[in-house]
Design a protein around this ligand. Structure first.
Ligand SMILES: Nc1ncnc2c1ncn2[C@@H]1O[C@H](COP(=O)(O)OP(=O)(O)O)[C@@H](O)[C@H]1O
Ligand SMILES: [Mg+2]
Length: 290
C-alpha cells in the first residue's frame, strides 16, 4: 500500500489520452462560473440562518480558485450552490451562461468524505457517470481505466472501496469526477481527512492532472498552506454570514513543488491569509458560543 501511495505520479500517456478524448476544456473557454448576489438562508422565521450573504464571484475558465474560511462560514454551502445541491434564496449561479438549477455532469464534485458506492468495484464507481451519460458498458469501462491510470490505480480496478486506504479512495473520487469530463471540478476539503504526507502528494498529483486537463477548479479548504500552494487565486470568506472579504492572486510560477514554501511571495501571501483567517475564526468562535 505504501508503494502505491508513493507511486502517485500519473501516467503521462493516460493523461494525454484522456485530455485528447475529452478535449482540453479550458481551451474551449468552458468552465466560466458566475455567482451573482447569492444569498442562502436555511430555515425560516426565528430559526432562519443566513449561511451565505450577497456573494459575488466570477471564476474564469481554467482557473484554480481556492475558497478559504473558518469552519461553519458557508464554504460548503457556496460550493453546493454551484453543484446544484443547494438552491440560493436569492441571486443566481450560472456556468457558461446557463443558470444552475440542479446537479449536472459538467460540474464534478469531490467530497471530503469518500463518497464511493461501497457495493461497486473501483472500476464500476468510475464508469458509473459515463454509463449514465449513455456510453456503452465497454466504452464506460475503458474511460474508467483511462482515469484510474491517471491517478495511478488501475491495479485496484476490481477491488471494492473498503479495501483501499483513504488517499486511494479519494483518488478514485477524483477519477470518478473527471470521467464525466467536467468543465468545473468542485472540491470540498477533499484532502482534509488524510495524513499530512499523503495530503502533500495528493496536492502535487492534483496540480499535475489539472495542468493537463485545464478544467476550472473551485477548491474549498480551511488550510492556508493548501490554498496558497494550489491556487491561482484565493478568496477568503468571513465568519457567518459568509461573505467574500478578500480576493487575491497567487503570483507564484508553475509547476509548483513543495519547495515554494520557502519562497518570499509564498510566505507573504500565507501571512496575509493567516491574519485574515485568525480574526474571522475568532469571530466565528465567539458567535458559536452565544
Ligand atoms: N442543509 C442545511 N440546513 C440547515 N443549516 C445548514 C445546512 N447546511 C449548512 N447549514 C448551516 O449553514 C452554515 C454554513 O455551513 P457550511 O456551508 O457547511 O460551512 P463550512 O463549509 O464553511 O464549514 C452552518 O451554520 C451550518 O450549520
Ligand atoms: Mg464545509
Amino acid at each position: 500500500m505504501i508503494a502505491n501511495i508513493i507511486n502517485l505520479s500519473r501516467d503521462k500517456d493516460a493523461s494525454a489520452a484522456a485530455v485528447q478524448a475529452g478535449k482540453n476544456l479550458s481551451s474551449e473557454g468552458k468552465g466560466h462560473v458566475t455567482i451573482e448576489d447569492v444569498s442562502v438562508v436555511f430555515g425560516a422565521g426565528a430559526d432562519a440562518h443566513t449561511a451565505v450573504e450577497s456573494t459575488q464571484l466570477e471564476v474564469h475558465p481554467g482557473e484554480f480558485l481556492c475558497i478559504l474560511g473558518p469552519s461553519g462560514c458557508g464554504k460548503s454551502t457556496l460550493l453546493n450552490s454551484v453543484a446544484g445541491f443547494v438552491q440560493p434564496s436569492s441571486g443566481t449561479v450560472a456556468v457558461d451562461g446557463v443558470p444552475v438549477t440542479g446537479p449536472g455532469p459538467e460540474r464534478g464534485m469531490v467530497f471530503q468524505q469518500y463518497s464511493l458506492m461501497p457495493w461497486k468495484t473501483v472500476r464500476d464507481n468510475v464508469a458509473f457517470g459515463p454509463l449514465l451519460a449513455g456510453q456503452s458498458k465497454s466504452e464506460a469501462q475503458s474511460i474508467a481505466y483511462t482515469f484510474l491510470n491517471m491517478v495511478g490505480l488501475t491495479r485496484f480496478a476490481k477491488h471494492y472501496p473498503a479495501e483501499l486506504s483513504g488517499g486511494m479512495q479519494q483518488r478514485v473520487g477524483i477519477a470518478r469526477a473527471l470521467a464525466n469530463y467536467p468543465s468545473v471540478l468542485l472540491m470540498d476539503e477533499p484532502f482534509g481527512a488524510l495524513d499530512a504526507q499523503t495530503r502533500l502528494m495528493m496536492q502535487e498529483n492534483l496540480l499535475r492532472i489539472w495542468e493537463d486537463f485545464g478544467t476550472t477548479v473551485m477548491f474549498v479548504t480551511h488550510d492556508v498552506d493548501e490554498a496558497v500552494f494550489l491556487a491561482d487565486r484565493v478568496v477568503i470568506m468571513s465568519a457567518a454570514p459568509g461573505r467574500i472579504i478578500d480576493d487575491f492572486r497567487v503570483d507564484i510560477p508553475r509547476p509548483r513543488t513543495t519547495d515554494i514554501t520557502t519562497d518570499d511571495t509564498y510566505i507573504q501571501l500565507k501571512r496575509r491569509c493567516m491574519d485574515r483567517i485568525r480574526s474571522e475564526s475568532l469571530r466565528a468562535f465567539e458567535q458559536q458560543n452565544h
